[in-house]
Design a protein around this ligand. Structure first.
Ligand SMILES: [Zn+2]
Length: 188
């Protein structure tokens, strides 16, 4: 149903932000990006405070599925450390603003940062994880036992890596970004 609505309310909110920062009108179309409505506050639960002490929220279903995934990993001697979950449009806007303030070009920023409305983190189903073996957001995460375990066991538990190498959306490779998609088959 939602896909049939031409302008979900949250898209107006995103659009306003896009105009404010001069994000090209064809940004989403050219990059083949999916629009993500913001998760509703009442659907979100606190998973835990991350290793930096920041609250990490996910939808209730995602939190339950993630806890079960993490338990399975633990039994195999693997530690999965989550460090980012739900992000609001306002949070995404703030990240954009900070990058621009550092003097970076908008086009460069949009390669690693989704514009507000287009980050899977808005859904409360996406989660960034790290391993005790390496720092967050490092490509070398792919060489850790945590990543190897996730690659094999994530999809079986409905967690999928959204941005593999050379992804069609034109984002950088993000081995740390996993999304809970209970409707997806594990071989896709
Ligand atoms: Zn992510």
């Amino acid at each position: 149903m939602i896909n049939k609505l031409k302008y979900p309310i949250s898209s107006f909110k995103a659009k306003t932000i896009h105009i404010r920062y001069g994000i090209p009108r064809n940004y989403a179309k050219n990059r083949k990006l999916e629009f993500f409505p913001e998760a509703r506050k009442k659907d979100l639960v606190l998973l835990e405070h991350d290793f930096q002490g920041k609250p990490l929220r996910l939808t209730k279903e995602t939190a339950a599925a993630f806890n079960s995934l993490r338990e399975k990993a633990k039994k195999d001697g693997i530690i999965i450390m989550p460090f980012s979950g739900f992000r609001s449009y306002a949070y995404q806007e703030d990240k954009l603003k900070r990058s621009l303030a550092k003097g970076r070009e908008l086009n460069d920023i949009l390669k690693f940062l989704a514009a507000p409305g287009y980050s899977e983190h808005h859904t409360g189903r996406a989660i960034d994880v790290k391993s005790p073996e390496c720092k967050p957001l490092e490509e070398e995460f792919e060489n850790t036992d945590t990543f190897k375990w996730l690659k094999e066991n994530g999809p079986k538990n409905k967690f999928f890596m959204t941005y593999p190498r050379d992804n069609k959306e034109g984002f950088i490779y993000e081995p740390w970004h996993w999304c809970y998609k209970p409707w997806m088959e594990s071989n896709s």
